[in-house]
Write a protein that binds this ligand. Structure first.
Ligand SMILES: *Cc1c(COP(=O)(O)O)cnc(C)c1O
Ligand SMILES: [Zn+2]
Length: 379
């Protein structure tokens, strides 16, 4: 069963609706699935599928997977902060999106869908294209024309049809929604399943930290899938009694496009309208996050915050991470900027672990990174 996140309307799971008739996103009903606890872990399964008991499928043996997940967790001391970096750029297509896509595309196969449309700033499209190639599902990916070449080449190489749309990220979404009048719209942002795949990174954090929750989690946020996945996971662990408090979630946005941060600061329940400017954090440049209300509520519930950073700070974060041996895309480097700020003002963590996800590989954007070295952002 699917249910509207706003008006509560119930929609059948095999329906091809991708949003409620009222326009709001749908949520999946997981009330029949027991919350994760350590007795439910399945060590015989590969990667994130050790938590398969929290990812229900009609035919679990036919899931669409490359063994994604169970990525390394590496400790760094960052100005005295006890920082744990989750290396999700080591996923099969080079970004954390693979966790959500493995579950989403498995669901599409359960439903017998043979053709799908996705729109993306790049990494989700690449991931969808790879998982559809594995599942034998035809895939059309819409990306903004400014998307890094590496990501476009990757989408096309997997055999998906690539549509480059001039204009903004929002123009890309409108083009995809138009095309979706005749083909199933598998958008990861609207999907009720995607965030449940993402939640596995947080189960891993908990297990890799010796079955404890970190004090705080630093997450890049555009649409907010990491925030939603993180909240789902730790809510499950709280309700099964595995942890006693939710970790504080810090959702990180570029100053040049920060609708969630503005709303957080003003105390409003839904994303603010913003005048979006170009940013080096292309993967989180989302002016209209479709689940923004839920993202804001999730952050507030944990006592965390939504913070924003200038391109200059994000670039400094990139350089600091790279000098320690992490080659991530500039989008992901926003966690370096946040670690820098929070460790210096001492407000978060103390000696307790703070976790951060490194979401995407720098290899896809090396052309852009090269030009940033010669002309770094000024503010
Ligand atoms: C997609 C993406 C994000 C953030 O995802 P949202 O769900 O839009 O918040 C962060 N980093 C990278 C590298 C991404 O590709
Ligand atoms: Zn509704």
């Amino acid at each position: 069963m699917l249910q509207c996140s706003l008006c509560g309307t119930v929609v059948r799971e095999d329906s091809l609706l991708w949003r409620c008739v009222c326009g709001a996103p749908l949520l999946a009903d997981f009330s029949g699935t027991p919350p994760m606890d350590r007795s439910r872990i399945c060590p015989a399964e590969q990667g994130m599928w050790r938590y398969a008991s929290s990812l229900p499928l009609e035919k679990p043996e036919e899931k669409v997977s490359f063994g994604e997940g169970w990525t390394p967790l590496v400790r760094e001391e960052w100005n005295g902060m006890n920082l744990f970096l989750k290396l999700d750029y080591a996923c099969p297509t080079g970004s954390y999106k693979d966790r959500g896509m493995a579950y989403l595309v498995s669901r599409l196969r359960d439903q017998g869908i043979s053709e799908v449309i996705e729109d993306s700033s790049g990494n989700a499209g690449a991931s969808m294209a790879a998982y559809c190639a594995r599942a034998g599902i035809r895939c059309r990916v819409f990306v903004p024309a400014y998307t890094s070449e590496g990501k476009c080449v990757q989408v096309a190489s997997y055999g998906a049809d690539l549509e480059r749309v001039p204009g903004s990220r929002e123009d890309t979404t409108r083009a995809a929604e138009k095309a979706a009048e005749t083909v199933f719209y598998g958008s990861h942002n609207w999907s009720p399943w995607f965030a449940h795949g993402i939640k596995t990174f947080a189960f891993e954090l908990w297990e890799q930290l010796g079955f404890t929750a970190p004090e705080a989690v630093l997450l890049p946020a555009g649409q907010g899938s990491l925030v939603l996945g993180c909240a789902l996971a730790f809510e499950e662990l709280l309700s099964s009694g595995e942890i006693e408090t939710l970790p504080k979630i810090f959702a990180l946005q570029p100053k040049n496009c920060a609708p969630l941060e503005e709303a957080f600061r003003k105390g409003s329940p839904s994303p603010e309208r913003v005048e979006k400017r170009e940013t080096i954090a292309e993967g989180i440049s989302s002016a209209e996050p479709v689940r923004g209300r839920d993202v804001l509520a999730a952050v507030r519930k944990t006592g965390g915050a939504v913070l924003s950073f200038s391109d200059r700070e994000i670039w400094d974060g990139f350089v600091k991470l790279a000098r320690r041996g992490y080659f991530v895309e500039p989008t992901s480097a926003i966690v370096g900027a946040a670690a820098e700020m929070l460790s210096r003002d001492g407000s978060v963590g103390g000696k307790r672990p703070v976790a951060a996800v490194l979401t995407g590989s720098g290899l896809k954007g090396s052309g852009k990174i090269l030009s940033l070295f010669s002309s770094p952002p000024e503010d």
